[in-house]
Structure formats: C-alpha cells, structure tokens
Design a protein around this ligand. Structure first.
Ligand code: GRF
Length: 210
C-alpha cells in the first residue's frame, strides 16, 4: 500500500491529531503527516507536531491582505510539503474554494454532532454541545465528511451515534462525543488515504479493501 502524504489542519488541543498519529505509528493508517498547518500559534497541536518532529506552519488570515493571498500561501505550503490529502482536526476556518477544488474529495473534517443537524457556520466546539443539550435530543455523536465550499455540508463518510440521555451538561456531552470522534476518525482517514471513498451525488461509497 502506497504511503500517502497528508497535511493536518488544527486550531486547538489536537486530540484528534494525536489519535491519528498513534494510528499512523501502528501502521493502521498508511500515511505520513508532512505538515501541520494552524491559524493559532498557541494550538496544543503544535506541541504534538514538535514532539513527533512534524513541521508546522502558522497561517493567520488577518496577516494577509486578502482571502485570496491567504489561500495562495496555503496552497504553496501544501505544494512545498507535497500534501496529497488534507485532514481537518479541529480547524475552525472555512477552506477556500481554490484549495477545495485542487483537493476535491481529498479533504475530510470531523464534526462533533450527527450532521446535517447541529452543523453550519458558527457550530463548532461547545456551541454544538450546548445546542444539542438545549434541544433535549437523546442521541448525539460524530460525523466525518468530505469538505466542500460550505461549512459541514460535504458528503458524509462515517457517523456514529451515542446515547446522551444520562448526561446533564454540554461538557459531559463533549467528553462522550470526543471519544466517539477518536474511534471513527482513524477509520475515515484510512479509507481516504487508501483511495476507497467514491462519491455519487451527495453519497459516499466505500470501496472494498484492496
Ligand atoms: C473536536 O470536537 C472536533 O469535532 C472539532 O474540533 C474539536 C477538535 O478537538 N472539529 P481536538 O483539537 O482534536 O481535541
């Protein structure tokens, strides 16, 4: 199996990034992380990159004259590190159309709810779990999807639900959902780097193991 070079984008703690690195080291995911890209110079994900000797780059949209300049810089970083696919692991910015086009169906994101519910602009982190808690739903979960031009709207690759009827706060939901994320993200990234994700209209078909 050919080893794919992936770029990871993370803005926060990096627990999904860390979990993916463990699965790469276990050879479950045939990939190497060639670059960590972040918009947050204090991201915990940077510490993880440093400890794994993975190069990282901080790119802040506000440091660029325009969205276009930012996207061009992002593209040149991706090319410099020969990234063949992109894994968003707690990255809060929308991915520019140029990058989505160049990496069509090669960018994945994990969302801490069962999309399309509780998704879209502004629905990230605690905002999601607060909305889930206040809605009174008895199930939540996590979704991995392909990234397109709209927040959280790309074809869904994998979802897993979890009973939250015994939980009493958004924080408790966040913790339970995060452990689900750590279970399903490695599976989805494995399928991505093994080129097993086919898209028909808005549905994904996972091709059999090679
Ligand atoms: C996770 O809740 C994920 O669903 C969302 O951002 C958070 C990232 O957490 N996209 P971490 O930085 O991977 O711990």
């Amino acid at each position: 199996m050919e080893i794919k070079r992936i770029a990871v984008f993370a803005s926060g703690t990096g627990s999904n990034f860390r979990t993916l690195l463990e699965k790469i080291e276990e050879k479950y995911i045939p990939a190497v992380v060639s670059i960590l890209l972040t918009d947050n110079s204090n991201a915990g994900a940077i510490e993880i990159a440093l400890s794994h000797k993975i190069p990282f780059k901080v790119l802040k949209p506000k440091d660029f004259e325009s969205r276009q300049q930012f996207d061009l810089e992002m593209l040149s970083v991706l090319q410099k590190y020969n990234a063949e696919a992109i894994v968003l692991a707690g990255y809060l910015k929308l991915i520019g159309a140029e990058i989505v086009n160049k990496y069509r169906n090669k960018i994945v994101n994990i969302h801490p709810a069962l999309l399309p519910a509780f998704g879209g602009k502004g629905m990230y982190g605690q905002n999601v779990h607060r909305a889930v808690f206040e809605s009174g739903v008895k199930l939540s979960g996590a979704t991995v999807h392909l990234v397109n031009e709209e927040y959280d709207r790309g074809p869904i690759i994998i979802q897993r639900s979890v009973d939250i009827s015994d939980l009493n706060s958004p924080d408790e939901i966040a913790k339970r959902v995060l452990s689900i994320e750590h279970q399903i993200y490695p599976q989805a990234v494995k399928w991505l780097v093994e080129d097993r994700i086919r898209v028909e209209q808005n549905r994904t078909i996972i091709e059999k193991d090679l």
